[in-house]
Ligand binder design. Sequence first.
Ligand SMILES: C[C@@]1(CC(=O)O)c2cc3[nH]c(cc4nc(cc5[nH]c(cc(n2)[C@H]1CCC(=O)O)[C@@](C)(CC(=O)O)[C@@H]5CCC(=O)O)C(CC(=O)O)=C4CCC(=O)O)c(CCC(=O)O)c3CC(=O)O
Ligand SMILES: NC(=O)C1=CN([C@@H]2O[C@H](COP(=O)(O)OP(=O)(O)OC[C@H]3O[C@@H](n4cnc5c(N)ncnc54)[C@H](O)[C@@H]3O)[C@@H](O)[C@H]2O)C=CC1
Length: 289
Amino acid sequence: MPRFRWRVTRSARSPFSVRPGPAGTAPRLISSLNWKPTIPVNWQKPLCFLADCCANWLNTNCLESDLMTLFPAMLDLQDRLCLVVGGGTVACRKLQSLLAAGARVRLVAPDCRRPPVQGEFEWLRRCWRPEDLSPDVLLVVVATDNPQVNREIAETARRMNILVNAAAVGTRGNLQFPAVRRRGRLTLAVGTEGGSPALAGLVADLALQRFGPEWEFVAELVAALRRSALTAASGREYNQSFLRLLLDGGLAEMVARGRWNDVDQLLQTVCGGNCSLAALGLERPDGNP
Ligand SMILES: C[C@@]1(CC(=O)O)c2cc3[nH]c(cc4nc(cc5[nH]c(cc(n2)[C@H]1CCC(=O)O)[C@@](C)(CC(=O)O)[C@@H]5CCC(=O)O)C(CC(=O)O)=C4CCC(=O)O)c(CCC(=O)O)c3CC(=O)O
Ligand SMILES: NC(=O)C1=CN([C@@H]2O[C@H](COP(=O)(O)OP(=O)(O)OC[C@H]3O[C@@H](n4cnc5c(N)ncnc54)[C@H](O)[C@@H]3O)[C@@H](O)[C@H]2O)C=CC1
């Protein structure tokens, strides 16, 4: 069966409105659709009302996630205060990712089902209170199993310009966590704008298979190369052509197989005679100079 999908770019609007007619005449029905309605005058007001109701309903119930074009960004959360409300599996997963990012985390929940294996956090062992959203909170994860509480926290936080990660259905947030996999400094982050978080996880897993453990070293190497040989001033094309030559020359495979002499050889061929792992300040993982 074909599946209809609303394509609305901003908030949904009723396609109809009523404008007052000239003095003494009935109000006019204005349609923004390419359809000129011939509707009996006494139907016009109820029809507008109905269309408004539909638009409101769509706005609050269906279109929130479809409307968004989220801006993907990497946040520096080091020492920033993040609040996690709820202590279930979901909240604990988010707690763990925030701690891994170096955030200062405050958990507000009567229980904590899966305490993180690593990292320290503050735990207010009770239910959420409005004063928990102090102005020094940068972001709040809303993950209780109580929809009303979730909505209240999210609304209060948005009013205070605090970023809201709404983990639960029916709560409106403005920051979603993507599925993240890492190879050292190479971060693979996949999002589906709330469409299917499980798919995001699956695609991230596929990407991780494609970029195996050797990519951690590859990313280190090209970062060192960028600091020394490649430069921001040279622009993208210059940088990319170097990187292409290295990758097409089999850099990742050489690293994966520990062929460090070949890596040095490739660096010399592509980047010039003096370039080598040692010259870039990188230790060979096999310990040889
Ligand atoms: C909007 C968002 C807000 C946010 O939480 O940030 C959100 C919302 C919701 N998730 C729900 C369900 C599930 N979420 C997961 C898993 C993940 N969810 C994550 C992110 C996001 N989830 C954000 C959108 C991101 C995007 O779309 O790109 C990931 C990527 C990152 C992370 O959580 O850190 C992590 C992947 C972990 C990984 O593999 O890396 C699984 C699978 C599992 O648990 O294994 C399920 C069950 C299967 C399914 O439903 O798909 C429900 C329904 C709850 C209910 O039915 O009660 C809601 C609420 C709703 O849909 O309104
Ligand atoms: N975003 C995501 O990835 C996913 C989100 N969800 C949704 O996230 C929500 C939480 O899911 P789970 O962790 O599985 O729930 P859970 O039932 O395991 O835990 C709920 C937690 O909320 C706490 N809580 C309840 N009222 C509270 C209050 N007033 N103040 C502070 N804490 C309070 C409870 O003590 C408990 O620790 C649910 O709405 C669920 O549907 C579910 C799966 C994945």
